[in-house]
Ligand binder design. Structure first.
Ligand code: 2P0
Length: 325
């Protein structure tokens, strides 16, 4: 057996969303996107290639996956084997410190950690750009989780040109993201399926591409200037316009539930009371509320009263991929 390698990667929340592929095999997106890596949600993955195995062996959160459940991981390991001299199967052990498929983008941290651990265990020595490209082949949002802080994924046009770059890795800005878990269960429409449906059937898709270009142009200088209001307004409108692509698709669908709408109203009430904060949502009903650190306690208390303290998690900007040896 070759040496085992363990990598830890954090998840990220997109402030300007990725919602649609131009190339589904290579996972080249229709647009660029921009995210913030979070410290509270991460995946630790250990990979060892082992000549003694007769198939890839994958466990997630201490449960062994069936061949069907592990097919994405197996396909990903095939890519790593193609890029390296390894031919043997691998043992993969992964633990998510994030509510799986709760719309907290666990595939981002999972494939970023897998890209790091598998490539190193296979004897490859990839720089972070190459790691970002490799992670992209597992899941689009994983492209960005190689880096910490504010990260932009340049859409590019092929495998070589589509990767993430950090905008600010060490965030010296007292901000936080309050995650509100409204439903921890698996989503009914996967992101992969949902975004493809939007690309293929939403008449608003061309407008979305222009919105993303405009929002990126607005949010990048605002982040650099620590202009909280512009960042907040941009991320909230971007999220709602992404979700408009689900309602305008055919057949239409939505990731919102009733509590999602109630929680949006709470954020608006807080703003009305002078507590400036903004929400975003991914492919699930849970809100992530972007706020200044000085307002975290007030927001947390309000959400805990309404939705239960266990459902409120406060995150700060987090780091890029780390190797644990
Ligand atoms: C994002 N999401 O930018 C967007 C916003 C969800 C909403 O990327 O098919 O799991 O593996 O590339 O990355 C979630 O989709 O999809 C996602 P695939 P992924 O974070």
């Amino acid at each position: 057996m070759n040496a085992a390698v363990t990598a830890r990667a954090h998840t990220n929340i997109a402030l300007v969303k990725y919602w649609g592929k131009a190339n589904t095999d290579l996972i080249i997106p229709q647009t660029s996107s921009l995210s913030l890596t979070l410290d509270q949600f991460y995946t630790e993955t250990t990979v060892a290639f082992d000549e003694g195995l007769t198939s890839d062996h994958v466990s997630v959160n201490h449960q062994v996956l069936t061949a069907q459940q592990a097919s994405k991981v197996h396909n990903f390991l095939n890519l790593v084997r193609q890029q390296s001299s390894r031919t043997s199967f691998a043992r993969v052990t992964s633990v998510n410190h994030v509510p799986t498929a709760a719309g907290l983008a666990s595939s981002a941290s999972a494939f970023a950690a897998l890209a790091g651990a598998a490539s190193r265990a296979a004897g490859l020595s990839l720089d972070r750009t190459a790691l970002s490209r490799l992670a992209r082949r597992g899941s689009g949002s994983a492209t960005r989780s190689i880096f910490g802080g504010f990260v932009e994924w340049h859409a590019g046009h092929d495998d070589l040109s589509s990767y993430a770059v950090p905008l600010i890795e060490k965030v010296d800005w007292p901000i936080a993201v309050v995650a509100l878990i409204l439903d921890p269960h698996h989503k009914k429409v996967s992101s992969r399926q949902g975004m493809q449906n939007s690309v293929n059937t939403s008449p608003y898709y061309p407008a979305w591409k222009q919105i993303v270009a405009d929002d990126l142009a607005a949010i990048k200088p605002a982040i650099l200037a620590q202009d909280f209001t512009t960042v907040g307004e941009t991320l909230e409108s971007n999220a709602m316009r992404m979700h408009a692509l689900t309602l305008s698709a055919w057949p239409p669908y939505s990731y919102f539930n009733g509590d999602t709408l109630t929680a949006m109203q709470t954020v608006k009430s807080l703003r009305h009371e002078g507590i400036e904060c903004y929400y975003t949502l991914d492919a699930g009903p849970n809100l992530k509320i972007f706020c200044e650190a000085t307002n975290v306690a007030t927001i947390r208390t309000r959400l805990a009263q309404q939705f239960g303290a266990d459902n409120v998690i406060v995150a700060q900007p987090g780091p890029g991929i780390q190797f644990l040896d």
